[in-house]
Design a binder for this molecule. Structure first.
Ligand code: RTP
Ligand code: MG
Length: 142
């Protein structure tokens, strides 16, 4: 299976709930390595740019306002099938529909405050990693 990288964000609700370590543990248990990490409090312009793909969606302003409501932890996860594996560990977008044992089921309450973000394709992952990190920031151990 191909080694991939994906962009992960521990969202403001999970940072506020002191769940950074719990979420990192779940990534590592799933075989994903954290190869870059940074705490960021995004500006409105940054959040609007990061989520530009959702600009026309009805939830866009709520999403942006939530993402700038507090600091987030941004990390690059690396491993076999990392993009799919990360989304599996996160669970469904809506915590009410997420499977037991997933981050969103166990650590989130609402679709707006759903604890984690993960890239959804190789193209998105490349763009989202470059949004926050340069090549020199990535520390692969393979
Ligand atoms: P993410 O991008 O944050 O990893 O989440 P996702 O792929 O599972 O979901 P996506 O469709 O990309 O939506 C991005 C974020 O927007 C919020 N959302 N709210 N109220 C709604 O119906 C609704 N739909 C999406 C969620 O916080 C979602 O994570
Ligand atoms: Mg998404």
């Amino acid at each position: 299976m191909a080694v991939e990288r994906t962009l992960s964000i521990v969202k403001p609700d999970a940072v506020a709930a002191n769940n950074i370590g719990e979420i990192y543990r779940r990534f590592e248990t799933a075989g994903l390595q954290i190869v870059a990490a940074r705490m960021v409090h995004m500006t409105q312009a940054q959040a609007e740019s990061f989520y530009a793909v959702h600009r026309e969606r009805p939830f866009f302003s709520a999403l942006v306002n939530f993402m700038i409501s507090g600091p987030v932890m941004v990390q690059v996860l690396e491993g076999d099938d990392a993009i799919r594996k990360n989304r599996e560990v996160m669970g469904a977008t809506n915590p009410a529909e997420a499977a037991a044992g997933t981050i969103r089921h166990d650590l989130a309450e609402t679709v707006d405050a759903n604890a984690a973000h993960g890239s959804d394709s190789p193209e998105t992952a490349r763009d989202e990693i470059a949004f926050f990190f340069g090549d020199d920031d990535l520390h692969s151990r393979n």
